[in-house]
Design a binder for this molecule. Structure first.
Ligand SMILES: Nc1ncnc2c1ncn2[C@@H]1O[C@H](COP(=O)(O)OP(=O)(O)OP(=O)(O)O)[C@@H](O)[C@H]1O
Ligand SMILES: [Mg+2]
Length: 234
């Protein structure tokens, strides 16, 4: 195995039974991604972007094909094992942040650590480090309603980072932000991959956002296409 490859999928297929019909949002998709890379996934609505992200994040399992992350075959893990794997290896960042409104920034970031046996002191070290990584140490005691959208997203990124996972996945992380805040978030993601070695897979509809990534892939009807011209060329 090449140690530099973190994600290796082969012929990944995901199907759902809908009444009498079979829906197949992902069709025999193969992909390699090097460790520490920042990848942007683009494609029209319904092309399978979130479906792929959820497979890479271990939220869902493929119907067929193989999926190795850091040499672990996660396609065939049982649900409980997959949940355990995900908690240690993947940080998920959502478009609408999904912060808990009655918890402070600090408490939101601390949440993923509460299921482990970590001491309060160790948790403090981790949460403080995550707050520093997103440049938000001075806002630790603010509630989500006391933060701007961009700051809320930075708290959500810190929460995704706090267990120090090698892989971050983000589904339209700047979709709800103004241009300036979006730029800040994209620069932060770039910094997390280039300076801190995180591998990032980001779904976006915005070509400007995709420009921040090292590599851009396009999905069309559940398959990867080589370039935009190929999409438009039929
Ligand atoms: N749990 C499910 N059951 C049945 N069909 C599903 C399920 N999840 C996704 N699909 C279908 O798979 C297709 C791809 O969905 P997906 O959410 O991956 O698209 P997307 O590229 O993320 O779109 P968008 O840009 O709108 O978020 C859609 O046609 C969707 O209806
Ligand atoms: Mg989606």
């Amino acid at each position: 195995m090449n140690n530099d490859i973190i994600i290796k999928c082969r012929n990944l297929t995901k199907s759902y039974q809908k009444g009498d019909n079979m829906v197949t949002p992902l069709q025999e998709l193969s992909l390699d991604l090097d460790k520490g890379k920042f990848l942007a996934l683009m494609g029209p609505s319904g092309s399978g972007k979130t479906t792929l992200l959820n497979l890479l994040a271990g939220i869902d399992s493929p119907t067929q094909g193989s999926l190795e992350i850091q040499g672990n075959d996660i396609a065939h893990l049982k649900r409980r094992e997959l949940t355990k794997w995900r908690a240690q290896n993947v940080g998920y960042i959502f478009q609408l942040y999904h912060l808990i409104p009655v918890l402070t920034a600090y408490e939101n970031i601390e949440l993923p650590l509460l299921t482990s046996k970590m001491s309060k002191k160790e948790r403090h070290v981790r949460v403080s480090a995550a707050l520093n990584l997103v440049h938000l140490h001075d806002r630790y005691d603010h509630y989500p309603r006391q933060l701007s959208g961009g700051q809320e997203q930075r708290v959500a990124i810190a929460r995704a980072l706090v267990v120090d996972p090698p892989l971050l996945v983000a589904d339209e992380p700047t979709g709800d932000l103004d241009a300036e805040s979006a730029k800040n978030i994209l620069n932060l993601l770039k910094e997390l991959s280039h300076v801190h070695g995180k591998t990032i897979v980001m779904v976006t509809h915005d070509p400007k956002a995709a420009n921040y990534a090292d590599q851009v892939l396009h999905l069309e009807k559940g398959k990867l296409v080589e370039s935009l011209s190929e999409i438009h060329g039929g």
